[in-house]
Design a protein around this ligand. Structure first.
Ligand code: ATR
Length: 264
């Protein structure tokens, strides 16, 4: 039986096994998908298991999306540009790193009734997933991308990959049409220390977090008359793209897929 994994640290929270196993079963594929917590020094050995076909492929999550890169033979162009890999496949004996977070974000935004083209975007945070979000936003032709991160140097660092982004001070809210919370604030009950009272209405508040389903950030967005959307669809679509890469099948996304990911 083929074995797939998601590797990360921590990994307990990951809902990838639930979703991938559901689709495997639905599509009568003889395989299992599990999560595994690794330490930094175990990543290389794990990836070698894919090369020798003991493992058939894996997803990669925080904090390994960049760490895995030196152990791979090739990267997709998107993975090169973002320096972020979330899916590894073995293709003709070669380990290939892909980034399906980009398509995940793009497809999720396209499902929302909000025209993002030519809009001003503010991203809060500069962690692992932000390069993928910037890549997708540039592909969707937004007019401007501002980034604000508590640790400014990390935001500045993204400028070396993406020349056109603009870094703004943490705590300062420039004008925006779309604001994306890509910080981990919200996973706990912590609040973002920003004053949203003057942002206006009908903007898009997007949170990469989907558990809890409504973070304080999204609540604020709603209360101030804005559209709010969590990261559930992005999560589903990145998994969809990974499934397609491994199995050559597009799994069905329907109401049951959403229910599956609701808090138990
Ligand atoms: P990593 O930074 O290791 O890639 P991540 O979960 O992808 O991890 O990113 C966490 C993001 O949330 C970072 O942008 C982090 O800001 P710093 O770069 O300053 O650490 C941000 N973050 C986490 N807690 C925060 C807080 N209390 N206030 C502001 N930003 C916070």
């Amino acid at each position: 039986m083929k074995k797939y994994f998601v590797i990360g640290n921590p990994i307990n929270h990951s809902l990838s096994p639930k979703l991938q196993n559901y689709w495997l079963k639905k599509n009568d594929i003889d395989a299992v998908y599990d999560k595994i917590k690794l330490e930094d020094n175990e990543v290389k050995n794990f990836i070698e298991e894919i090369k020798i076909k003991k493992v058939s492929g894996c997803n990669v999550t925080i904090p390994f999306k960049k760490i895995v890169i030196p152990f791979l033979d090739n990267l997709s162009p998107e993975a090169v540009k973002t320096q972020s890999v979330n899916t590894i496949i073995l293709d003709n004996g070669k380990l290939i790193g892909h980034n399906t977070d980009i398509a995940g974000f793009e497809k999720a935004i396209k499902k929302i009734d909000f025209e993002i083209k030519e809009k001003q975007v503010l991203i809060l945070g500069a962690g692992g997933v932000v390069s993928s979000i910037i890549f997708a936003l540039e592909k969707m032709h937004v007019s401007q991308i501002n980034i604000s991160n508590r640790t400014k140097a990390k935001a500045e660092n993204l400028k070396t990959q993406f020349n056109n982004v603009n870094v703004v001070e943490w705590g300062f809210l420039p004008e925006f049409d779309v604001i994306i919370n890509a910080t981990s604030i919200g996973l706990s009950n912590e609040e973002i220390n920003l004053d949203f009272s003057r942002v206006g209405k009908n903007k898009l508040f997007y949170d990469v977090i989907y558990n809890p389903a409504e973070t304080n950030f999204l609540k604020k967005g709603k209360e101030t008359g804005n559209i709010s959307e969590n990261g559930k669809l992005m999560f589903i679509y990145q998994a969809f793209e990974a499934f397609k890469l491994w199995h050559g099948i597009e799994p069905e996304i329907n109401i049951d897929t959403f229910k599956l990911l609701d808090n138990d």
